[in-house]
Design a protein around this ligand. Sequence first.
Ligand code: AMP
Length: 213
Amino acid sequence: MKIVMLGAPGAGKGTQAKKIASNFGIPHISTGDLFRVNIKNETALGKKAKVYIDQGFLVPDDLVLELIEERLGMADCKEGYVLDGFPRTIPQSKALDHTLNNKNDKLEYTIEVDVPDEVIIDRMAGRRACLSCGRTYHLETLRPKAEGICDFCGSFLILRDDDKPETVMKRLEVYHKQTQPLIDYYRERGILHTVDGTGEIEMIYQEIINILV
Ligand code: AMP
């Protein structure tokens, strides 16, 4: 099962992607997480990507494709995956199609998690992320068991630079300009499904499961 999650930054697509991946036993692949690991490990790719990420811009397509193609070639991707944060531009989605076509394969579902901008701005201000394992929490709606500490790995939680309000506004602008055209692209191919992302996490998840089974 090959699934792409679409939606603005902070729409909750990562949370849903993790649940889908664990339900179907397929990997959750987040290009944002992969970049953050590279940044933490101070790799050459991480250093280049950080400049764009910290300002709320998209990382150039060639760097993203280098990262994702290596990941999709790994053994655990054979039965499928949930892509979260990729593709984000039309050239990226065409590159993904091309990679899949070469393997006589194709995407089966794209799920758009739809949330208005003003709700997103509120949400991101309360979001806290674990720099070690990438899990995210929320000061009001998804609190860790111990304040400021990741439930899973015990590391400190932080407000990511790219979740700061001024960067969020920039990321939303970038989303509408560069990523939203993908919605029409997938709709025309008949594989787009849209869910309302403003409700409870479990209700949204149920709606997605009804689409996938
Ligand atoms: P995310 O955690 O998915 O919101 O990603 C964080 C940041 O990483 C984004 O704001 C972009 O700067 C960068 N990024 C992640 N995925 C991509 C992608 N597919 N294309 C370009 N930039 C990306």
